[in-house]
Design a protein around this ligand. Structure first.
Ligand code: FES
Length: 161
């Protein structure tokens, strides 16, 4: 992994935070490590095509997941849903170089959150201007984690220290 690119993504993290006016949102949690990523997408029309205007994320995850999400939310700007769906974790994290085996799932979690957001949007009614937020997708990741704590078996959260 390119440590310099990792540090750059962590010290200058892009697109971090909730997006209240998003068109779609996707959340993925890793059963391996208990980390979570939520990703918001906003579309726009450009040259007759519907493309991703911007994306943002929240993460309760490791540094690699945050770095990949920062990079990925930049890389997908201007892409159509189909183009973004075609991007795999290794492409979304390419500036970081190949991830070590124990960190591959971190990139896959970001890919999963992106895919969830893209697919969530595809089920929306075109006339709907409201953000696509399934009940468990509404609010912040902190809300989801809080709710998850009340839903046994879905997410395991271990507090240290
Ligand atoms: S997302 Fe689980 S260790 Fe990185």
């Amino acid at each position: 992994m390119n440590e310099e690119a990792l540090q750059q993504a962590l010290t200058d993290t892009q697109n971090l935070g909730e997006m209240p006016d998003a068109d779609a949102v996707g959340t993925v949690g890793s059963p391996d490590c208990g980390d979570m990523v939520r990703l918001w997408i906003k579309y726009k029309e450009k040259d007759g095509r519907k493309v991703i205007d911007k994306a943002s994320f929240q993460s309760f995850g490791c540094q690699t997941a945050i770095a990949v999400a920062s990079i990925a939310t930049e890389l997908i700007r201007g892409k159509t849903k189909e183009e973004a769906l075609a991007m795999k974790a290794d492409e979304l994290s390419r500036p970081l170089g190949p991830l070590p085996p124990m960190k591959i799932h971190c990139g896959q979690m970001v890919e999963g959150a992106l895919r969830a957001a893209l697919e969530a949007e595809s089920t929306a009614t075109p006339a709907s201007a409201a953000p696509v937020t399934a009940p468990d997708q509404a609010g912040t990741l902190a809300d989801a984690l809080s709710a998850a704590g009340k839903t046994a078996g879905k997410v395991k959260i271990v507090l240290t220290s």
